[in-house]
Write a protein that binds this ligand. Structure first.
Ligand code: TXA
Ligand code: MG
Length: 327
């Protein structure tokens, strides 16, 4: 299969790209689309054969459930059962949709088992990306979309990242430029009046705390979220976390790459990537996966990544760095 990469830069490009993507979705094909978080690999969520193509292209195990992206809020009632925590879910949706927040809700039978990996719940989100949301409105049905990378690899933040891993596996990639947030959506479950964070992301603990008590599901206590495995988001090169690059002494004779928080390093590194010279966590999040990919492609013996402050978006960045380090 030859993979077409289609631009959405000009209004004309965008119109024909949207039409082509919708056409593919109607035919039960998978397409890679930009969202505000990372690129997604989308297919009709209610078409089992189409959804199976996502698992096939990603080489994703069937026990890992997919996020269902909705064209509008009315779809929630058709896919999810009402809960006793309805009021809190509604407030979160009101505050953060469309946007980078995924909510896990009790599943209705309209959602195929393969999408939810047999779980009693379904994860739903509504993207704010202009191209993605236009495609969903035009398609008029929910779309299942995991990140558009091979299973366990780093999520793609550009169309080039998607192409490098999925070319010849999927027919179409829409190029919407680099994504805004650079990290996957925050995933929450609302339980007993509180918010449980299953995956930290662009909507921060601080933001969520304004609505209810927030707890974190420890990795070991997430059997219901198999994709939250520790070794997710991993570069192939070994990655080591350090609290300060200035005190790290690279061993002689090794090619060491550094991922620096603000660009201050004490020693020479074969490759250096800086998350944000100005110490802006938002900029750091946007750069994180691209920097990790570039370092991973640089034939290094080791990547040393510096910790970032763990407040706000820093919690999500540190979550991804710890997973990349396999811890
Ligand atoms: O930002 C995002 O969320 C991106 C874009 C494309 O929307 N999508 C994304 O999907 O990151 P994916 O499949 O790479 O990660 C979704 C995570 C998986 O770890 C999966 O295990 C978890 O969501 N998940 C899906 N359904 C779930 C459920 N019912 N309960 C708990 N976790 C669930
Ligand atoms: Mg993923």
């Amino acid at each position: 299969m030859k993979t077409r990469v289609v631009s959405t830069a000009s209004p004309q490009d965008r119109e024909s790209a949207v039409a082509e993507a919708v056409e593919h979705l109607r035919r039960g094909e998978v397409v890679a689309l930009p969202t505000e978080t990372v690129y997604g690999l989308a297919a009709d969520a209610l078409d089992i054969d189409a959804v199976l193509k996502i698992f096939e292209a990603k080489e994703r195990p069937m026990f890992d459930p997919l996020i269902v992206h909705l064209p509008d809020r009315e779809w929630i009632e058709r896919l999810a059962e009402p809960t006793t925590d309805e009021a809190l879910s509604a407030r979160l949706i009101e505050a953060f949709w469309p946007g980078p927040l995924t909510i896990v809700l009790p599943r209705r039978s309209a959602v195929p088992d393969v999408v939810a990996a047999g779980l009693a719940t379904v994860a739903v989100r509504m993207s704010a990306h202009p191209v993605f949301s236009e495609i969903l409105r035009s398609f008029g049905r929910p779309v299942a979309a995991p990140s558009a990378n091979r299973f366990g690899r780093i999520s793609p933040t550009t169309a080039e990242h998607v192409y490098s891993e999925l070319k010849d596996w999927i027919p179409l990639i829409l190029d919407g430029g680099p994504t805004t947030h650079g990290l996957e959506s925050t995933i929450v479950a609302v339980r007993s009046g509180g918010i449980e964070v299953l995956r930290p992301g662009p909507i921060t603990y601080e933001q969520l705390s304004q609505f209810a008590k927030v707890t974190t599901a420890p990795a070991s206590a997430r059997p219901h979220a198999p994709g939250q495995m520790r070794s997710h988001y991993a570069p192939r090169t070994a990655l080591f976390l350090t609290d300060d690059l200035r005190s790290f002494q690279p061993p002689a004779g090794k090619r060491i790459g550094a991922l620096s928080w603000r660009g201050t390093t004490g020693a020479f590194f074969a490759e250096l990537r800086v998350l944000s010279h100005s110490g802006d966590l938002r900029e750091a999040a946007t750069n994180l996966f691209r920097c990790l990919r570039e370092l991973d492609d640089a034939q290094l013996d080791l990547i040393v990544a510096e910790q970032v402050p763990e407040s706000g978006l820093g919690a999500a960045i540190m979550d991804r760095l710890r997973r990349a380090a396999g811890r």
